[in-house]
Structure formats: structure tokens, C-alpha cells
Design a protein around this ligand. Structure first.
Ligand SMILES: O=C(O)c1cc(=O)[nH]c(=O)n1[C@@H]1O[C@H](COP(=O)(O)O)[C@@H](O)[C@H]1O
Length: 239
């Protein structure tokens, strides 16, 4: 059976490819992520399709702009009925609060369930070298903690971070804060462009609420078997 702590990233560019993955994985997966590749190519029908299939949806468009633009963007996306939406923590306190207020107000106006907002901290593809290359001053872990606290204070529901930072975020932000971790690599998978990675069980043990996993499943020779192995590993760490 599905474990809704697992979110499979649908990083494909057509509805057909998306449907193929959803069909193949069947009841084993209940939560999917639609990111920019799929959304820009196939639009909001992707979200509607997943909802019609009874799946939960993480709409990952990483909004990052001035506060008013992000607030209006969040308002437009709230209409689609996704469960989770991403905005960039580096947009700062005013932008984060504007987004949180917009989600609440739009959901009330539309009479739909409020999407939970997640702030992106430091992308899992950064390591110390690429981080200092963009002028990052604090160590990555300190920057992640800082953005997590900023997001929490602004009324944002949680963050996206590497599993390597899950523990420090849990300690800093408490039990109710959502910690969603991509950069998950089961021992059978390769890292690809991910730098700050951990296994599913290690991420959960360190306090991750949900895991985002894409290529180790969708590019596997046998995606169903990849999911089975991941769920078995997750099962050992109870929610
Ligand atoms: O926001 C995200 O989901 C995200 C944030 C981050 O820091 N790192 C990261 O990999 N992601 C997303 O998580 C997914 C990871 O996919 P795989 O590397 O194929 O497992 C991709 O869709 C990324 O866009």
C-alpha cells in the first residue's frame, strides 16, 4: 500500500508520459509532484488529472519575485487545488508573509482547501563550492536554519531542504513544521546532479515529513520494483 510520506517527482514533459508513470505505479503511490518541466509543457490539466485519480499533488513552481507578484501568483495557483505549493525562502520575510496571507485569503474566497506553502531553502544541488560561488556567506546548514525560521515566523507551513538538514530544522522549528526533502538516494540509485543526499530511512529518522524522489523511480528499469524497495525501507521508520 501507498505511504503518503513518499512523493514521486513527475519530471517529464507530456501528459502521456505522466499518465504512464501514474498507471505503472498504481496504488503504490498516492502523492505526486508536478514541477516546472511538466507544468510549463502541459499546464494545469496535469493537476486536474492527478486529482481525478485521487492523488495528492505537490505543485512545485518555486515562486520568487516581489511580494505582490508572488502573492497574486499563489492566489492563481490556489484555484488548482494542489496540496503543496513552493515559494523561495530567499524572497524574504515580506514576500513569505504575503504568500501565506494570499493562500489563506484565496482559499476562503474560493471555498477550497488551503494549499500548504513550502519555502525552498538551499537547493539540494548546491555543495560548498557552488554555494560560495554565488556569494553564500554562512555555511549551508546555517543558511537553511535561518530561512526555515524566517518561513515559520512568516506563517509558511514548512520548507524544502536537503535530508542532511532535516534534523537541525526539526530542532529549530518544532514538530508541526513540514520538512520535505528531495535529494533522496536509495543505495541502489546514482546521485545525478544532487549533492546533499541521504537515503530514505536516514531522512525520515532525521525528521523529514515527506520525501521527494524522482529519477531513482521514474528512470529505473523497473519503477514498480524501485517503489517497492523504497516503501520497504520507509516502513522501518514509523511516522
Ligand atoms: O523543490 C523541490 O522539489 C526541489 C528542491 C531541491 O532543493 N532539490 C530538488 O531536487 N527539488 C526537486 O526534487 C526533485 C528531485 O528529483 P530527483 O533528483 O530525480 O530525485 C526534482 O523535481 C527537483 O526539482
Amino acid at each position: 500500500m501507498a505511504d503518503d510520506r513518499l512523493i514521486v517527482a513527475l519530471d517529464v514533459s507530456t501528459m502521456e508520459q505522466m499518465k504512464d508513470i501514474v498507471d505503472t505505479l498504481g496504488d503504490a503511490v498516492s502523492f505526486y509532484k508536478v514541477g516546472m518541466e511538466l507544468f510549463y509543457a502541459a499546464g494545469e490539466d496535469t493537476v486536474a488529472y492527478l486529482r481525478d485519480c485521487g492523488k495528492s499533488v505537490f505543485l512545485d513552481l518555486k515562486l520568487h519575485d516581489i511580494p505582490n507578484t508572488v502573492a497574486q501568483g499563489v492566489k492563481s495557483l490556489t484555484r488548482l487545488g494542489a496540496n503543496l505549493i513552493t515559494i523561495h525562502g530567499q524572497g524574504g520575510a515580506v514576500m513569505l508573509k504575503a504568500a501565506a496571507d494570499a493562500a489563506r485569503e484565496a482559499a476562503e474566497e474560493l471555498g477550497v482547501e488551503r494549499p500548504k506553502l513550502l519555502a525552498i531553502t538551499v537547493l539540494t544541488s548546491f555543495d560548498d563550492t557552488t554555494w560560495s560561488g554565488i556569494g553564500g556567506q554562512l555555511p549551508i546548514a546555517d543558511q537553511v536554519r535561518r530561512l526555515a525560521l524566517l518561513a515559520k515566523d512568516a506563517g509558511v507551513d514548512g520548507v524544502v531542504a536537503s535530508p542532511l538538514e532535516a534534523k537541525l530544522i526539526r530542532e529549530a522549528c518544532g514538530d508541526d513544521f513540514l520538512i520535505v526533502t528531495p535529494g533522496i538516494r536509495p543505495t541502489f540509485a546514482v546521485a545525478n546532479d544532487q549533492k546533499r543526499i541521504a537515503t530514505p530511512s536516514s531522512a525520515l529518522r532525521d525528521g523529514a515529513s515527506r520525501l521527494v524522489i524522482g529519477r531513482p523511480i521514474t528512470k529505473a528499469d523497473n519503477p514498480r520494483e524501485a517503489v517497492r524497495m523504497i516503501l520497504e525501507e520507509m516502513e522501518a521508520v514509523k511516522p
